[in-house]
Design a protein around this ligand. Structure first.
Ligand SMILES: *[C@@H]1O[C@H](CO)[C@@H](O)[C@H](O)[C@H]1NC(C)=O
Ligand SMILES: *[C@@H]1O[C@H](CO)[C@@H](O)[C@H](O)[C@H]1NC(C)=O
Ligand SMILES: *[C@@H]1O[C@H](CO)[C@@H](O)[C@H](O)[C@H]1NC(C)=O
Ligand SMILES: *[C@@H]1O[C@H](CO)[C@@H](O)[C@H](O)[C@H]1NC(C)=O
Ligand SMILES: CC(=O)N[C@H]1CO[C@H](CO)[C@@H](O)[C@@H]1O
Length: 438
């Protein structure tokens, strides 16, 4: 029992794929990455999709390929992005879902000619804030960023042709290995967000800037006394086991946006109840953002939106709504679009793991997705509790009572995250909380 608890809390926040796949499928020969023996990236190109990653067009056996030739990106030129025209999708009716593609059939990340084609929104935010990170002079960052990327997945999005496009990408970046009906029902329940922009400019703002703090669960916050500073932002994003009670001095007590998966929320409630984390953060007007990492998240969404107890699937017997207590409101519930997640992976965090046989396990952390969401919805972003090069000096999580080391799980690329946060900081795009040397 004790060892089960230890094991469970150890990977509590790594979530998803790790839990499902490592235990069930991971062959012995796969490297178990502990801090220290992670292969480091020599390449410096983080947020470009990088020549070593893009440009390689892996053609598929004819039957599987989706004809997107009219909006195909030209070879190696990531500048030519043709947005998907959603009204066009509705006109394609006489098509059926493609045969299921299997992760196992690909020895590394397959690259389709429409890999770098994303749904884009006509309602993109035009910041009035002159200091907005959208006005960053960093050329690499500007070339990678798509300010009108579609952030949200909602009803009306899953036509068969859209399905056929997204079924080429592994979860959470698409729907490879899933069947259309499994996902379609759930997506059709998700209401279209009333406010595409997530966060309004605060009333009374003089400069029109949206200031956000994004708070990870990193042990670097233990003893930081950053609570007041964090809470002073217009909006505070938190993720996963976002415990605040008893840690206000270091992490603050305000949560405006809570980013989670079904797994991270349900596991946090089970393991962190002793810290008062009985359900998701409960601030008035709080926005809940889900990262749909896999089939079970779509099941969860169905249970949540139909306000029912699950009678099948990974959460059989659970009533998802109870994990949000009374705060859940449909119009404050957002689900991230798989295209947004893939855009983050491919353009900002293309890990070397994508070239390995376990490619499909890799995905950025929930904290990474939350931080990039803030970069696309705020003007000024301060990141706290995110991993830094000196992470071994700190406990794993800020709420730990005894120090445990950060374990480098195979499904995330922590070295890449360390470099990415530092690079965003050095480029003046975010301010990353780092401790003074002492
Ligand atoms: C793909 O679409 C293009 C442009 O609409 C068309 O010319 C071409 O014949 C199509 N290819 C296939 C295999 O359907
Ligand atoms: C999208 O497609 C529809 C139908 O083909 C067309 O009428 C419309 O002009 C297109 N919109 C854009 C922005 O290309
Ligand atoms: C957070 O703490 C401040 C004082 O530091 C208090 O005024 C406020 O009510 C607290 N908010 C919540 C949601 O607990
Ligand atoms: C957190 O920091 C305090 C000192 O500020 C220290 O006494 C404590 O051991 C730290 N907690 C962990 C889990 O390292
Ligand atoms: C073409 C090919 O190799 N297809 C295989 C992909 O994986 C599935 C499931 O493992 C097999 O059944 C297919 O034969």
């Amino acid at each position: 029992m004790q060892s089960q608890v230890v094991a469970a809390s150890a990977f509590l926040f790594c979530c998803g794929l790790f839990y499902v796949l490592i235990w069930n499928k991971m062959p012995e020969k796969w490297p178990s990455f502990q801090a220290g023996n992670i292969p480091t990236r020599e390449s410096d190109s983080f947020w470009r999709s990088g020549d070593e990653i893009t440009g390689k067009l892996i053609t598929t056996t004819g039957t599987f390929s989706l004809n997107l030739s009219s909006r195909k990106t030209t070879k190696g030129a990531s500048e030519h992005h043709v947005p998907l025209n959603t009204s066009e999708l509705k006109h394609q009716i006489n098509i059926t879902p493609i045969p299921i593609l299997h992760i196992k059939n690909f020895t590394k990340l397959p690259k389709w000619d429409f890999e770098d084609v994303y749904m884009q929104s006509s309602e993109a935010r035009r910041p009035v804030c002159s200091k907005s990170l959208q006005n960053s002079k960093d050329k690499e960052f500007q070339e990678a960023a798509l300010w009108n990327i579609q952030l949200w997945l909602h009803n009306g999005h899953l036509s068969v042709s859209e399905w056929n496009r997204l079924a080429h990408f592994n979860n959470p970046f698409g729907f490879m290995e899933y069947t259309y009906t499994d996902i379609k029902k759930s997506v059709d329940l998700i209401p279209k967000p009333k406010y595409n922009q997530l966060l309004p400019v605060p009333s009374g703002s003089e400069d029109g800037c949206i200031r956000c703090a994004v708070v990870g669960t990193g042990g670097i916050l233990n003893g930081s006394k950053m609570g007041k500073e964090i809470d002073s932002h217009d909006y505070v994003f938190r993720v996963n086991g976002a415990v605040t009670k008893g840690f206000e001095e270091d992490v603050g007590n305000k949560t405006s946006v809570y980013v989670h998966t079904a797994f991270s929320l349900s596991q946090s409630v089970i393991h962190l109840e002793k810290y008062g984390f009985k359900y998701s953060p409960q601030d008035e007007g709080i926005i809940y953002v889900m990262i749909p990492e896999g089939l079970r998240d779509y099941e969860w969404i169905e249970g949540l939106l139909e306000k029912k107890r699950m009678t099948y699937g990974s959460y059989k017997g659970y009533r998802p709504l109870t994990f949000y207590n009374d705060r859940f409101q449909e119009d404050k519930f957002y689900v991230l679009h798989p295209d947004f997640l893939r855009y983050i992976r491919d353009r900002f965090m293309p890990s070397e793991s994508l070239k390995e046989s376990y490619w499909a396990l890799y995905r950025p952390t929930n904290g990474a997705f939350a931080l990039f969401l803030a970069l696309h919805t705020c003007d000024i972003v301060h990141a706290y509790g995110f991993i830094t090069a000196d992470h071994s000096k700190y406990p794993n999580y800020y709420f730990e009572t005894t120090k445990t080391r950060v374990v480098f799980y195979i499904n995330h690329d922590y070295n890449l995250e360390i470099k990415t946060w530092k690079k965003l900081h050095d480029a003046g795009i975010i301010t990353l909380y780092q401790r003074q040397e002492n």
